[in-house]
Design a protein around this ligand. Sequence first.
Ligand code: AVI
Length: 323
Amino acid sequence: MATRALAIDDVSAFAAHVRWGLTRPRQKQLASKYLYDEVGSSLFDVISLLPEYGLTRADTRLLLRHSHDLVERLPGSIVVAELGSGCGRKTRPILQAFAARSHTSYFPIEISPTALAMCRRELADIPSVTIHGFEQDYLDGLREVAARRSAGQRILVLFLGSTIGNFEHPADLAFLAGIHSILQPGDALLLGADLQKPLPQLIRAYDDSLGVTAAFNRNLLVRMNRELDADFSLDGFHHEARFNPQTSSIEMHLRSLRDQQVTVAAAAFSVAIRHGETIWTESSHKYSLLEVESLTSRAGFRTEAQWLDREWPFAETLLVRQA
Ligand code: AVI
């Protein structure tokens, strides 16, 4: 019963958001979290393997190379919480390094039950690690972890893969400040941030030759048709990746290829979309190192260590929550 009620709430929140986003006076817009239904999450897993998209490989390389250093910098009893674990593959070296020291509790926090199940399967074989998954929003899940810690235990929060870059300013700062407010002094945050790089490399990463990112973006239309009884025609929209120099972000848009009228039955509205008009579906901010420092210090964290990937500019920053 509870599960069904939650599902109806989810559909109505999605419907309300779509109505808001597609009837805005200027730029039509949808939140990027709606890209991640089961198909979208699977397509993102494929994106992370594409030759043009080096972000996930850079993140993984840094974690593989520096896990032991990370663990040495965090003495004592640690519980590991991960915001958006995905399938958990990247986290393995960190958990292995902590578990070699002492028994470690790992709390993956995910809105996708499929990703949580995959994560449990992927990491189940690591000795001396107990996995407790939370199917929740990131900050709600982190509050649960904080409530369960025993006296003297520190929390290490993992927020990898540059997901922070998908928050608009100033929501990124507000989110980090939200993490800070749940943690205690001495707790830590490992933050992955994708750095600025040449424009052609960026565009290729978000408009790959196989068209996987285009499918990831256009899947949002398929999702609205399926879940909200909308009538988007897929051949009426084109995937577009463009760089916004004002915000230093790659933006994904769905560009309308003709004048069209779309009805979203479950949200009880119809909307005219002009030829050439776009629906903005995601921003992916690209950071400078200075910006990582200023963002995290304004949120109340001190930099303990930072590791950089040269092949695909990317920063892994170990932060400690200040008093
Ligand atoms: C999850 N996130 C960090 C990805 C990114 O690069 O911003 C999402 C993505 N969108 C298109 N490709 C990958």
